[in-house]
Ligand binder design. Structure first.
Ligand code: SF4
Length: 248
């Protein structure tokens, strides 16, 4: 079988798989037929991946729900090919506190929810210890899809996903942000300073005060850091409640 026959066979098989029972070749001239035959399947309209919303389109969406709907079908980086679920985020859409983690892990990828599993339970406990019920805050990650094997997020993935986080921050309009872990803090603050130094500083993201602390998964490995993280949360509480009375 020569190359043209092979192409023709692939083209016909593809049309049949798309449910077409008839084919009108006389509609096409030689040049159009050649173009049809040399297209790869992914280039056909039926098989082409959805292009996804552009960054400017995402940051103009008017509600968290509309941003979520776009994110659930997002093809903007390679992680779309390996994820089970997009983990967009959840919680109070008008929360005073926005918690930002790094990326979904296996439990999150399986359930589609952020911060579940042991690390999530620890986060819930820590938040409660300073007066934040989990339901009262909004929780999301820098990346909405799981990097395979929990590898570190790559710069181009962070870049591709950042419009979602930016719009989440704008729409929730929190009074403070808790950045959990190195990647969340470094991404929000656009720095490579280690989390051990970032956690004592005062920063802002989009005009919102940011407190950086260790990721709960790191606290599970280093129990001595739990107290340190609790102190970070106390600072967060003081930002939201400077006179000592709690509003949450
Ligand atoms: S990680 Fe973000 S940019 Fe990449 S596919 Fe998932 S939602 Fe899209």
């Amino acid at each position: 079988m020569n190359e043209t026959q092979d192409l023709l066979q692939r083209y016909l098989r593809q049309r049949r798989e798309m449910g077409e029972a008839e084919l009108f070749l006389d509609r096409h001239n030689a040049s159009e037929l050649h173009d049809l035959l040399t297209r790869t399947p992914v280039e056909t309209a039926a098989d082409a991946p959805a292009p996804g919303a552009s960054a400017p389109e995402i940051v103009q969406l008017g509600s968290l729900e509309s941003v979520r709907e776009i994110a659930l079908g997002c093809p903007r980086c390679r992680l779309a090919e390996t994820r089970q679920h997009v983990v967009f985020g959840e919680g109070n859409p008008a929360a005073e506190l926005l918690v930002v983690g790094e990326a979904p892990g296996a439990d999150e990828d399986r359930t589609g929810r952020p911060f579940v599993g042991r690390a999530g339970k620890l986060l819930t406990l820590l938040l409660a210890s300073v007066g934040f019920e989990r339901e009262s805050v909004y929780i999301c990650n820098v990346l909405k899809c799981r990097p395979p094997g929990n590898r570190n997020p790559r710069p181009d993935e962070i870049e591709a996903c950042s419009p979602y986080l930016l719009r989440q921050v704008e729409l929730v309009a929190p009074r403070a942000i808790l950045a959990c872990g190195t990647f969340a803090a470094q991404t929000l603050l656009r720095t490579t300073v280690p989390i051990s130094r970032l956690r004592t500083g005062a920063y802002e993201y989009q005009g919102v005060p940011v407190v950086a602390t260790y990721h709960p998964a790191a606290l599970l490995r280093h129990a001595a850091w739990v107290r340190t993280s609790w102190e970070d949360l106390q600072r967060l509480r003081e930002i939201l409640d400077p006179v000592g009375g709690r509003s949450a």
